[in-house]
Every structure is written in structure tokens, then in C-alpha cells.
Design a protein around this ligand. Structure first.
Ligand SMILES: *Cc1c(COP(=O)(O)O)cnc(C)c1O
Length: 343
């Protein structure tokens, strides 16, 4: 059939998820559920005949309070995916390059190509940390960083991140999707006063609200204005925004307590993996990354037992690997039981 679609997108495929399993540890969402106050707001519902606020004013206000910046320094989005996509479109002219540590968030090369930006992968170090000098040496107009990084779970030291922010020649996008699992406060507040940094965060992971699609970015007001031009209005739906505002202002304790649970279980799980001869990389997030040549076999064994994990094939630096989201301990115990028999 004759096609009228852009030919430069021919090589792209739709996002293909692993087949859904009864226990889903594939996507790093909150396996303890959703926060109570936000859930209550959703149960109450509300009128939806009218449009939501165009740029998410109430959400911006809540984010500004949490971060300690002005509302002009906040952009909201339909998930942080949306913020990332809009930022790449706003700052990358067709043919520009975007440099990123490889492996990192799988959507980055995809959003780059969708916006006619050329993805430039820069392999991470053998411990999973990004190679700051190699990233800077690309002199790319956009550098993407992710700390803690998905899928390696590795956190990059603050001084290394700051070195990129100080020396980059264009926009630096710092993805802090997993910041709530660290003891650091991240760079959001600092981003508001710099001219070249966008910090992206999401309510999909620690906040337990992936289904609502809520993300935000913090940057200098000039950067935010450019991103909002490429974003357009009405990206946050009315009920999701109301739940997000509630979560940010009333559910912080629940979020931190569940993050602490995830960290405790992660350390216990990582120790058990080491005993099985499957050492994960050092994790600063709610998942572990386990490089092993037997990744495909182990993934299949887990799926046969009704447990979904994310398989990575032939990654830069680590080859085949599995990424496993941390869940309440009885579930991790089931994972270990399968790995013990398969190992
Ligand atoms: C999950 C994830 C996101 C996407 O979050 P959404 O807000 O659900 O779109 C962004 N960046 C990284 C690194 C992630 O792991």
C-alpha cells in the first residue's frame, strides 16, 4: 500500500512491552500501590465537562512549593515522557545531536528521532556511571543525563553532574525520575536559576501514580517558556492534576515510607542475588540491574512462573541483563525461588 507517512520514521517500531504477567516487575512502578490522599480525591471524582487549566497552574504551584522555586520555573506534562519529548522538540533543531549515556532510558533515542534529532550514545563506565568527559566532548546541543539511571540503577555523584552542567555548550536535561529513592535533594532548585538545565521528574514511580500520567520539569523561566510552546495546552487532565496536587502536598510521608520499604527490600534482594552468583549493579533506585549472559533464560523461567521482568539484550558495556522492580518481600521471595532453581 502507498504510504504517506514520514519515511525517516520507517525504522521505528511501536513500543513493545513484554507479555503481561500476573506479577509485573517490568516497569519500576510503585509495587505498594498509590498514596492515600490522592486516591481519596480520585474516588470523589468531579465534573469534567470543562477543559482543565491549559498549563496546569495548580500543579505548578504545588511543585514550586515542594522544590522551592517560582511557578514560572515549572512545566507540567502528560507524564515526564511528555516533558522530555517537548523539551527535545523545543531545543533540538532537525539534524542536531543529542548525547546520552548508554544504556539509559529507552525512550530518549526514540523521542530524538521523532523530533528529527540525531541520538548519540556514549557508553557508561564499567560500574554503570556516565562518562562525563566523553559526553562533554560530543559538544552536542542537548545532553541527556539520568540519575539514578534507568536501567543501570546507578547514581552519578553530584560533582560529576555539576561538571556537566558547568561545561555543557547547550541544554542539559537531567532526568530525576528516581530521585525519591536517594538521600540527595537533586538539582531541581538549582535548575531554576541556571540558564541551561532542565530537571525532569515524574509521579509515576515513587509516587505510585503511573496510570494518571503526571510529570513535571523545573528550569529557568525562559527555558520553560520554550518548552511550553512545543508542549501546547491541556496536557494534564483535570482529575489527574487534582490528584497530583493532593499527592505533592499531602502524601509525602506515605511516599517516603514506601520508598524506604523499597530500599530495604532492595538491599536484602541484592544480597540474595550475590549469593546466587547473580550480582546486580549497585542500585540507588527501586529496581536492580543484573547483567548476566543467562538473562534470556532467566527471564523465561520467571515468566513461566507468572513473573514479568525486563530483559535487555546486548546493552552497551553490560551485554544481556535483566531489570527487576522491587516489590513487597513475599514477591521478591518468589523471584528468588525461581532463580534458585534456574540458576
Ligand atoms: C519511568 C521513567 C520516565 C517516564 O515517566 P512518566 O512520567 O511515566 O512518563 C522517565 N524517565 C525515566 C528514567 C523513567 O524510568
Amino acid at each position: 500500500m502507498q504510504t504517506f507517512a514520514r519515511s525517516d520514521l520507517d525504522a521505528l517500531r511501536r513500543y513493545a512491552d513484554a507479555t503481561a504477567q500476573p506479577v509485573d516487575l517490568t516497569d519500576n512502578t510503585n509495587q505498594w500501590g498509590s498514596p492515600p490522599a490522592a486516591s481519596e480525591i480520585l474516588r470523589e471524582g468531579g465534573a469534567v465537562a470543562r477543559y482543565p487549566d491549559m498549563y496546569g497552574a495548580a500543579m505548578k504551584d504545588a511543585v514550586a512549593r515542594v522544590v522551592g522555586c517560582s511557578v514560572q520555573s515549572v512545566v507540567t506534562g502528560n507524564g515526564s515522557d511528555d516533558v522530555l519529548d517537548c523539551a527535545i522538540r523545543a531545543f533540538g533543531s532537525p539534524g542536531d545531536r543529542l548525547a546520552y549515556p548508554d544504556p539509559t532510558f529507552v525512550m530518549i533515542p526514540v523521542f530524538s528521532r521523532l523530533n528529527s534529532v540525531v541520538p548519540v550514545p556514549v557508553p557508561v563506565d564499567s560500574d554503570g556511571a556516565m562518562d562525563v568527559d566523553a559526553l562533554l566532548a560530543t559538544k552536542a546541543p542537548i545532553i541527556y543525563l539520568c540519575s539514578p539511571n534507568n536501567p543501570t540503577a546507578t547514581a552519578t555523584p553530584e560533582n560529576a553532574i555539576r561538571r556537566v552542567l558547568d561545561n555543557a555548550t547547550g541544554l542539559v536535561i537531567l532526568d530525576e525520575a528516581y530521585i525519591d529513592f536517594t538521600t540527595t535533594t537533586g538539582f531541581a532548585r538549582e535548575a531554576a536559576s541556571r540558564s541551561n538545565v532542565l530537571v525532569c521528574r515524574t509521579l509515576s514511580k515513587a509516587y505510585g501514580m503511573a496510570g494518571l500520567r503526571i510529570g513535571y520539569g523545573v528550569a529557568h523561566p525562559d527555558v520553560i517558556e520554550s518548552i511550553e510552546k512545543s508542549r501546547g495546552p491541556f496536557k494534564l487532565n483535570l482529575l489527574a492534576e487534582r490528584a497530583a496536587v493532593t499527592a505533592l502536598s499531602h502524601d509525602r510521608d506515605w511516599v517516603m515510607a514506601r520508598a524506604a520499604d523499597a530500599i530495604e527490600h532492595r538491599e536484602r534482594f541484592a544480597a540474595a542475588l550475590r549469593q546466587l552468583g547473580l550480582p546486580p549493579l549497585s542500585s540507588a533506585a527501586n529496581f536492580v540491574f543484573v547483567p548476566t549472559p543467562r538473562a534470556a533464560t532467566l527471564t523465561l523461567a520467571l515468566e513461566t512462573a507468572g513473573i514479568g521482568v525486563r530483559l535487555f539484550v546486548n546493552t552497551a558495556r553490560f551485554g544481556d541483563a535483566i531489570r527487576i522492580t522491587i516489590a513487597p518481600w513475599p514477591i521478591m521471595e518468589r523471584v528468588l525461588a525461581v532463580l534458585r532453581t534456574a540458576a
